[in-house]
Structure formats: C-alpha cells, structure tokens
Design a protein around this ligand. Sequence first.
Ligand code: NAI
Length: 384
Amino acid sequence: MRPLRLGMVGGGQGAYIGNIHRLAARLDGQWQLVAGAFDVDPERGRAFALSQGLDPARSYGTWQEMIAAEAARPDRMEAVAICTPNFTHYPIAKALIEAGFDVICEKPLTATLADAVALEQLARDSGRFVGVTYTYSGYPMVHEARVRVAAGEIGAVRTVQVEYPLEWMATAIEQQGNAQAVWRTDPVKNGRGGSIGDIGTHAYHLAGFVSGLTLDSLTADLATFVSGRALDDNAHVMLRYQGGARGLLWSSQVAIGHSNGVRLRVFGGTGSLQWYQEQPNELILTPLEGRVQVVKRGAPDLSEDAQARTRTPPGHPEGYLEAFANLYAGFAEAIRARAEGREPDAIGRNLPTAWDGLKGVAFVEAVVDSAEAADQPWLRPVAV
Ligand code: NAI
C-alpha cells in the first residue's frame, strides 16, 4: 500500500505541534510528507522545507502558493495538515477543501463560531475528509474506556469529571515574547477562550467521547490570574448533559506542578472508570464496592478499538506519539476507505472530525458567554 501524500502548513522552525504531526505521520508508514508552507515568513518556510528534505519545487513560501502549485500536479498532495495559530485555520482549510484536498486540522477548529459553522458545512457539502487532532482520542485505553461505557460496564453515567491542568503560563511569558504564548493570549488570533479554547476543548471532547453523552447546557466561571493577560487562564465549567448526567470540567494554564495532566473520571450507577494521561497504558475500573481493577493496554481481551491502536505488548509503554500516530493512521484509513467505497477498519472509525471541531468551538462560545453574563443566576453570596 503506497503512503498517502501529505502537505503541511505551519509547524516550521521553533514551532511546537508541527513536529509532532511529522513524527506521528511517519510512524506507521501511511503518509509521506511531500510539500509544505511551514512558516509565516516565506523565506524561513522554504529553508525549513529544504531542511526536511523536501523537493525544492515543493518547498513553498506561502500556503496560497502551495495550493495553486499542488493542484496542478499529477502527483499532488492528498491531504494537508494545518498546524498554524487558530485564526488561520478557517481560511486555509476553506481554500484547501475548495481545491479538492482533504484536511487534518489542529484544534480548536477555528477562532470563531461563525467560521466553525461555515467550515463544518463546507466539509459536509464537499465530501472532503476533515480530521481534527484531538490528541487524547488517539489513546487505545481511551477507546477501551469508551467501549466499556457503551457496553454498560459502569451502568448509566451519572457524572463526568475531567481536567486539563498545565503550568506553563503561570507567569506572564507572553510579555517576554514566548512565541506560543503570544498568539494564545491574543483574542483575535486565539479566539475568545484562553485556557478553555486551548485545552478545555481537549477535555470537553474527551469527556463526551468516552461517556457518549451530549452536552445540553453549562455554566462557567473564568478567571485571569496573570496580570495584563487578555484571556482566561483558568476555567471551571459545570456541565449538564442530555438525559440528566452532570459533569465538571477544569482547564488551567496556571496549575503549578502540572504538565499535561489530563485526567478523566466517569461515574455510573454500578461502577466508575478513570484514565490519566501520565499513566496512559492503564485504565482504572472500579465496580461497586471498591474491587479496583487495572486494565492494561495490550491485554488480549481488550476491545477491537483498543487493539487496533496498539503496537507493542503490555509492559512496553506507549504514549503521546503513538496516540497521535493512531489519529494519522485512522485518517489514512478513513480516506482510503472512502476512495474504495467501503467501511473503514476499526482504526478509521470513531475519529474526531469537523463536527467534533465545531462542537468544541460552540462549547467555548457558550463558556465565554456564560462567564461574561452579567446576571449569572448561580452566583450567590454566602451568609457566613
Ligand atoms: P506555534 O506558534 O509553535 O507554531 C505556529 C507555526 O505556524 C509557526 O511555524 C508559524 O510560523 C506558522 N504560521 C503561522 N502563520 C502561518 C501562515 N499564514 N502560513 C504558514 N505558516 C504559518 O504554535 P503551536 O503551539 O504549534 O500551535 C499550532 C496549532 O496547534 C494551534 O491551533 C494549537 O491550538 C494547536 N495545538 C494542538 C495541540 C494538540 O495537542 N493537538 C498541542 C499544541 C498546539
């Protein structure tokens, strides 16, 4: 099976997530990076492309140049990963879809709800594949959790507790020029939600993905602890799901001592389960009356969904890069299955798509609306 031809926008020298995409795309040999417009600075972008071994003719200065040139090639790139700041996702994705390319887009899908609605509609109408890299839905034990909840192993879900604490913005690093923090604290480039847009969207997707629940409504308390910062750096959100289940979501960029400590706990009528990204090979399953079970990645009786996303036997740890690679392998399978007119194999099912991206942006919008509402009915003074 030949690798699919991948293009990339963003992810140049000094960028964060682009390199993770390149590593993930390479892991299973399903993708070959053939073209890129890697940097907001055209010269730097071209130089970076050459440093990655790309053909000079496909080392582009801008994404507009890349789309025009690639669209005319018989060996054109097939899908393009968008690894740029949030506000650029929509124009780039729109142009790619209109030129007939599939898209792998970073989260949050867009910086505004209007853009997310338009992009999701465009994806649907065009039939192009749009995958969104909600990283945590690439982990095999997250899929195992989803399958077990759906099978009723913990009973009907009552409450979901999800958190994403980070410490890297505990001081005003954007005021010292940290490249990643500068655009993340600019409402135009980032969107209205600070921590809630950047990492709350991951937590929100994870909670819904595993629990199978659909959010009905929410109430939110946003805070900005670092002085001079324009967006929230800490968010507490109370969730009310359709059917009556409840949830709590915490996202924080100022949680000292925590680095990507994503944690999910789902409590049902007959048991609970817990997954923690710093121990991603384990799922803690506790039936009623506390007989705690550790379910390990790689065990032979795990679901097809988990096994399809597993490469090594139990005890050999797999982690973040493998989870990201699972998304890439899944996107490749979904694209191939569409071309061949068949149902995708397990790895190409239950993938985050434009719809999940839109839901994430709608969530951020509701959170910020709630927090900014002057008449928050749930805020009550305490007597003593
Ligand atoms: P970054 O600031 O490290 O890198 C952005 C890159 O995009 C830079 O190379 C910059 O030159 C380039 N760029 C900007 N405008 C461009 C344009 N018009 N044309 C070509 N290149 C352009 O940002 P970071 O942290 O890598 O984030 C990028 C995106 O990835 C964001 O949407 C962010 O939310 C998302 N992200 C997702 C993560 C995940 O776990 N899935 C983790 C980190 C970031």
